[in-house]
Ligand binder design. Structure first.
Ligand SMILES: [Zn+2]
Length: 492
């Protein structure tokens, strides 16, 4: 009986409030106590901020009661995240419901991956994405800037990179991929694509925009593979010296940076010098995935390096490059991160491993003492279909469907022994743009699935509830549409 009476009381107090605001927050705060009543709009703008060293980094306490509105914090990010929560608490009439929230993230790497190489999505959409990320308390943008199909970052010392490397002669024709693994997309549209790239001035503007939202950008310069656009600009960087054009097909070129050529190593050091100047964040991604070794097997320079240094074949040569550039970046105060293939070449313990071919690479890396970012292809590759009926967009079809609910099941520490959890920095959602032609498609594919991943990275697993999330994320979707004009997909 008392339960029933309480239920009625809650219903009445909810009716008095315009919305059940506190429980509509994404990602769900780690502790919420809802009060009864609300601070009227006239007084809700008056926020008191109190420094408190006991509040965890990026965390905050938010208290709204008859006395007003108070934020306790220990760093600037904490204040910012309290404000993001507050934005989601304010009722349409401007009042703020009484509430006490204590909140801090589970993981410090809460990432979104952005591929401007296969298709150039561009600055305007990227900045909208940064706004949407901030609202979802995501704090890392992993920016994929170099590829076989295009080089997208201005490097002052090597102007041909953007002059030649940012234009490809054609792209594959769009096709609906009905068959998993279908390769029918290798038909040219005979239309040049580019020049598309970011100038250093634009990059500085984007980095500053991100920093104002407590988002760190991790730039990615792919090595030794996914390098054909650079080799097209400077043929001497490859093993054969042949002149190429940036690749118009999707897939992976076997022409990679020559691991035996000191000039190619120096080139990459020079590029990283400029990259480190442009991006103040502590981490630089050096790729390392999908590097076919066919050219290295035939290349006298590569074979000489392997013999001179006593390396374990071609994988050993890639391992030498990973260690070399990890150390090169360390000397500049930066940490290197690479895709999980770099484990095949025995990287040092200081290289962060990004686990993409499932969680296995991350599990192995944590066991050997490397830090890890988890982004397993299922459910974190948002270029996989999301399972909506009548979805108008095309996806890479490897036979996977990663629904919103599957994304919500992501757990970066699954399969990791507890004593190694400290090595798991967090996770991220990725979208590769072979089948994403423009910004509105990009947005459709990553939102709201990225909100699901955001909650997996911020909120304690025991607080997660799919049905409750489904209801809250519907509101988040509306916020993304109305606040930032994001083309977010429906929840179901
Ligand atoms: Zn070579």
């Amino acid at each position: 009986m008392s339960k029933y009476v309480k239920g009625v009381a809650v219903a009445i107090s909810c009716a008095a409030m315009p919305v059940l605001a506190a429980v509509n927050i994404v990602p769900l705060p780690n502790k919420i106590i809802e009060g009864e009543g609300a601070l009227p709009a006239e007084t809700a703008h008056n926020v008191k901020k109190v420094y408190d060293a006991t509040v965890p980094g990026e965390g905050y306490r938010l208290k709204v009661d008859a006395n007003g509105l108070e934020i306790a914090y220990s760093d600037a990010a904490g204040v910012f995240y309290a404000e993001q929560t507050l934005m989601q608490l304010v009722a349409p009439d401007g009042s703020v419901p009484y509430v006490e929230i204590e909140d801090a993230p589970q993981f410090k790497w809460r990432g979104v991956h952005w591929d401007d190489c296969r298709h150039f999505i561009g600055k305007e959409a990227l900045m909208k994405c940064l706004d949407a990320m901030a609202l979802n308390k995501l704090n890392i943008l992993h920016w994929h800037l170099t590829e076989d199909q295009g080089w997208r970052i201005e490097i002052k010392k090597y102007p041909e990179l953007t002059k030649k490397g940012s234009v490809r002669p054609a792209s594959p024709k769009p096709v609906v991929l009905k068959t998993p693994g279908c390769k029918d997309y290798w038909e040219s549209n005979n239309t040049p694509y580019g020049p598309y790239f970011y100038t250093q001035e634009e990059i500085k503007e984007i980095v500053a925009y991100a920093a104002a939202r407590h988002i760190t950008i991790v730039p990615e310069i792919e090595l030794p593979g996914h390098a054909l656009a650079a080799i097209a600009a400077y043929p001497e960087l490859g093993c054969t010296g042949e002149q190429f054009e940036p690749w118009w097909r999707w897939g992976v070129s076997e022409h990679i940076f020559c691991g035996g050529n000191d000039a190619a190593i120096k080139f990459l050091e020079d590029v990283l010098d400029e990259v480190c100047e442009l991006f103040p964040g502590p981490v630089v991604h050096i790729g390392g995935d999908e590097a076919p070794k066919a050219m290295w097997k035939k290349c006298p320079k590569c074979q000489k390096r392997i013999a001179d240094l006593g390396l374990a074949g071609e994988e050993g040569l890639q391992g030498w490059m990973t260690r070399h550039f990890t150390q090169y970046l360390a000397a500049k105060g930066k940490r290197a991160i690479g895709w999980d293939e770099v484990l095949d070449g025995d990287p040092g313990k200081d290289t962060i491993i990004m686990s993409w071919r499932g969680p296995g690479g991350g599990i192995k890396a944590a066991a050997r003492g490397n830090d890890v970012v988890m982004t397993p292809v299922n459910p974190c590759y948002l270029d996989n279909p999301q399972g909506l009926e009548d979805d108008p967009y095309e996806y890479i079809n490897y036979g996977f469907i990663d629904t919103l609910e599957l994304c919500y099941g992501f757990n970066p520490v699954a399969g990791i022994p507890e004593e190694q959890h400290s090595h798991i920095l967090g996770g991220q959602g990725n979208n590769w743009t072979e089948y994403t032609w423009n910004a509105s498609e990009y947005e459709w594919k990553i939102w709201p699935r990225m909100s699901a991943i955001a909650e997996c990275l911020w909120t304690k697993p025991e607080r997660k509830d799919w049905q409750d999330f489904k209801r809250r994320v519907a509101t988040m979707r509306k916020r993304l549409i109305h606040l930032y004009h994001i083309n977010a997909a429906p929840v179901e």
